[in-house]
Design a protein. Structure first.
Length: 101
């Protein structure tokens, strides 16, 4: 149970730090790693498996390059821990109800 809880927690943090697309493709990297493990164990892989593993690797690199430029407001985790300045200012001025916590 602890392993499942920790992996789910890390998955959610990764999704808050990046995007669901990057995290999902990152999880798909288990396919090329499994092919590599089979190679190290001496089990041959077919051409289709190698082609699929190569596509997964290229897609991860392509998405990583495309989303490598930080954009304002992309880091949702910081927005949860520290509300944006406009929202904090509105709470101080009494326009929004204070957050309990």
């Amino acid at each position: 149970m602890g392993i499942t809880l920790s992996s789910d927690f890390i998955y959610v943090l990764a999704m808050l730090k990046t995007t669901p697309l990057v995290v999902t493709i990152g999880l798909s990297l288990t396919i090329p790693l499994a092919v590599l493990g089979d190679f190290l164990l001496g089990k041959p892989a077919t051409g289709q498996v190698l082609f699929g593993a190569t596509l997964v690797l290229f897609s991860f690199v392509a998405v990583g390059i495309q989303s490598s430029e930080p954009k304002p407001g992309d880091d949702l985790l910081n927005n949860v821990l520290q509300p944006p300045q406009d929202e904090a200012r509105s709470r101080e001025e009494g326009h929004l109800e204070p957050i309990d916590g």
